[in-house]
Design a protein around this ligand. Structure first.
Ligand SMILES: NC(=O)CCC(=O)C(=O)O
Length: 274
């Protein structure tokens, strides 16, 4: 199986949706010029990550942002994981959703964040995503011809059983658009991404926005790509940049054969059955 070059566009998010789309377009072009065939954008890439204003950015599908993503995937003939956007459904509920397009511009899946970031850590961070978003409840595997993958979104990565479910369903890579907070990200971001890679023997692509000092929610940044042995093979800083890595799909199979964790997973015991 041929190698796959992937890229994360660690872009700085601004107030104006149009500027965010323009910036995403420029960074996607840069990634493609550098050889990427699968490109990932960050969590809430078209709006500031701020609960009081997020609803005003919500779009139904198809809408301006998803049409933009579709056009870019088709134009560059790439798989495009369109970070996430606030998505409004037909009943008016808003989700934190990722739209995934293939190299023909066809929609391959929508993933809605299942675990909402509702936390209150004194002197660190208080945030209530559930003030705005409804939670999704389904994980799917995108049948990429080289590496089938699942998308999780940020806080989802703290729930190992959710990532395990994706691996048991056939994912060989987890793609995680993620706007980790500055305070929690410093201690947990790399640890969590490497853990999810090691315990599921998958590649992990974690895509953060760049830090914007003017934003009310300051992100950690440091997008990273981790191999299925848990080794960080590419990593960004806190500023704007395209992060690239070349993935070897056969490495997942090799590691799973040598250390057959998935086959040995005793799901029934976890569920309380003997
Ligand atoms: N956007 C998020 O879900 C933030 C998650 C986060 O910062 C964490 O510590 O978890």
């Amino acid at each position: 199986m041929a190698n796959l070059k992937v890229a994360v566009c660690q872009m700085k998010i601004e107030k104006e949706k149009e500027n965010n789309l323009k910036k995403a377009g420029e960074m996607i072009s840069e990634a493609v010029k550098k050889g990427a065939r699968l490109v990932v954008l960050p969590e809430i890439f078209n709006a500031p990550y701020q609960t009081d204003i997020l609803p005003s950015y919500a779009e139904t599908y198809p809408g301006p942002t998803t049409l933009f993503l579709q056009k870019k995937a088709k134009e560059h003939k790439i798989y495009l994981v369109g970070g996430t956007i606030p998505e409004k459904d037909s009943e008016g509920k808003i989700y934190n959703s990722s739209f995934i397009f293939d190299d023909k511009g066809d929609l391959k899946g929508i993933y809605r964040k299942a675990h909402l970031f509702d936390v209150d850590i004194p002197d660190k961070i208080t945030f209530r995503e559930s003030d705005v978003f409804a939670a999704g409840d389904e994980i799917n595997v995108i049948p990429h011809p080289q590496i089938p993958f699942s998308v999780l979104i940020c806080y989802d990565c703290r729930f190992p059983e959710w990532a395990k479910l994706a691996a048991l369903k056939g994912a060989k890579m987890l793609i995680i658009p993620a706007a980790f907070s500055l305070k929690t990200g410093k201690d947990h971001f790399e640890l969590l991404m490497r853990c999810r890679a090691v315990d599921n023997q998958v590649y992990v692509i974690a895509a953060s926005p760049a830090r914007n000092q003017e934003a009310s929610f300051k992100v950690w940044g440091h997008s990273m790509i981790v191999d299925p042995w848990g080794k960080v093979i590419a990593k960004g800083g806190s500023g704007e940049e395209v992060i690239l890595a070349t993935l070897d799909p056969s490495l997942v199979d090799k590691i799973r054969q040598e250390l057959p964790l998935l086959k040995q997973t005793r799901v029934k015991l976890v569920e309380g059955e003997k």
